[in-house]
Ligand binder design. Structure first.
Ligand SMILES: C[S@@+](CC[C@H](N)C(=O)[O-])C[C@H]1O[C@@H](n2cnc3c(N)ncnc32)[C@H](O)[C@@H]1O
Length: 314
């Protein structure tokens, strides 16, 4: 019922725009694809938890809703402020139509077309903090990383196997055992099942820390050095058997609270939808329901994908 109402709201654009505007004002969220709880978590990390052992990297900065609170928090922390370090903000800064709903109700909704570069808008938004942010514009798969130790790795760009592989290969070996945090913004999102397989495969190297309430984000701590051998793998769907997939999602679903279970469950269904294995996807979906996972949030969304006649892979 609520899911259907939300869907209807999104379809009536003037209502959706007004809702988005009111929501941002009411909970003073920065414009972006992250929630107020995530923005607060990141700001608090920067101000109170960052210890000065390594670099801070934001993968997938978009319009800065992670970069800005992170940097603002860090600048209140002498271990960062006095270190001469900068936050490394990676993004293509190329507009895609799927970004439009997230700017509903703002003048950006009509400003950009698919393929436009929006780095100027990012720079405008981060202007008061610009001295402390190094903008890394382009494909993170080719830009890569210097190899300097990373203390905080915010991952909001694992949008496909190619990106998951590049991030694991190029950034994970720079994590500092017992020190570094990885903030996975898409852990509880239907579209990104590979995150679960990567974290499961590397589970000896990470300890689960916590999740951010009312968001898709969870945080891991690196507890064991990650060598290039650990991550130079042929990452992809073919690398994992169905038994691996079961084990990976059992691991992930054992970490999160009930709030995030429908979304993590939906990522398992999506593992099969991405590969157009719709019978397997339906089997997993029905198993989730049988196990008592409510069909809400992203699990509702994938149920709609399964019931659509074309069963498109979005
Ligand atoms: C979900 S958005 C990030 C939202 C953002 N963290 C925020 O605060 O609202 C994902 C971002 O990843 C970026 N991205 C996708 N593929 C990329 C690539 N190959 N290299 C760098 N950035 C990429 C997109 O441009 C997009 O801005």
């Amino acid at each position: 019922m609520i899911q259907n109402l939300r869907k209807k709201l999104r379809e009536i654009s003037f209502l959706h725009n007004a809702y988005m505007r009111a929501k941002r004002i009411f909970i003073s969220e920065l414009l972006g694809m992250t929630s107020g709880t995530e923005q607060a978590y990141i700001a608090n990390y920067g101000e109170n938890l960052y210890a000065g052992h390594g670099e801070v990297v934001d993968l997938g900065s978009w319009l800065g809703s992670t970069t800005i609170p992170l940097t603002a928090g860090l600048l209140k922390n002498p271990k960062f402020r006095d270190s001469g370090r900068k936050v490394f903000a990676y993004d293509l800064f190329i507009w895609f139509d799927w970004m439009r709903p997230s700017v509903a109700g703002t003048d950006l909704a009509e400003r950009y077309r698919e393929g436009d570069n929006f780095v100027d808008e990012f720079k405008r938004r981060i202007a008061p903090l610009a001295d402390s942010i190094e903008v890394r514009e382009g494909d993170l798969k080719s830009i890569g990383w210097s190899g300097e130790p990373i203390e905080f790795l915010l991952v909001d760009a694992m949008k496909g196997w190619d990106l998951a592989a590049a991030i694991a290969r190029d950034f994970y070996p720079s994590l500092i055992p017992e020190n570094s945090l990885v903030f996975h913004q898409d852990f509880a999102h239907h579209f990104t099942p590979w995150i679960h397989l990567v974290q499961w495969k590397l589970q000896d190297h990470f300890e689960y820390v916590e999740e951010v309430p009312r968001s898709q984000s969870v945080i891991f701590k690196c507890i064991k050095i990650i060598s290039t051998k650990d991550v130079n793998l042929d990452w992809g769907f073919e690398m994992f058997s169905d038994t691996d997939v079961d084990a990976a999602f059992e691991y992930s679903m054992g970490l999160v609270s009930t709030e995030k279970l429908p979304n993590v469950a939906s990522a398992k269904v999506m593992w099969y939808i991405h590969q157009k294995k719709f019978d397997d996807a339906s089997r997993i979906f029905h198993k989730m329901i049988k196990n008592g996972i409510p069909v809400v949030d992203d699990l509702f969304l994938v149920s709609e994908m399964l019931s659509s006649p074309t069963k498109t892979n979005e």
